[in-house]
Write a protein that binds this ligand. Structure first.
Ligand code: 5GP
Ligand code: ZN
Length: 111
């Protein structure tokens, strides 16, 4: 989408600190970290909500979760991490492009 921040980052139209990218998704540092380590995994497919994703896109979310687990040491998340997806207004979603927050690097506050 033309006015989507994450699509712009993917296309290189906005700067970011990219830690990983392949044909399906990228991992960048969040610009406003809510934990010592705060990354966001962003599928290339633009969809605001999970129910708007293609089946392939939804399956990719599982692959991303697996990849994060396999690379947790490299990402500095050896002691654990929290994954979070905000969906809609009540959850406080601010960017209308599906993304998974990855939080860690310290003892996180309990919900
Ligand atoms: P949401 O609130 O939609 O779940 O999360 C959006 C996240 O994207 C927020 O944590 C926010 O800090 C992050 N964010 C928004 N704009 C940018 C940007 O231009 N660059 C980066 N790296 N992160 C962004
Ligand atoms: Zn987008």
């Amino acid at each position: 989408m033309e006015d989507c921040v994450f699509c712009k980052i993917r296309k290189g139209e906005l700067p970011s600190t990219k830690l990983y990218e392949d044909k399906d998704f990228m991992v960048i540092k969040d610009i406003n970290p809510q934990a010592k380590i705060h990354l966001i995994a962003i599928p290339h497919e633009h969809a605001p909500y999970i129910d708007m994703m293609t089946e392939e896109g939804v399956l990719l979310l599982g692959k991303i979760i697996h990849k994060i687990a396999l690379n947790r040491d490299k990402l500095g998340l050896k002691n654990g991490y929290r994954l979070l997806i905000n969906q809609g207004e009540d959850a406080g979603q601010t960017v209308g492009h599906i993304h998974i927050h990855i939080l860690g690097g310290e003892k996180l506050k309990e919900f």
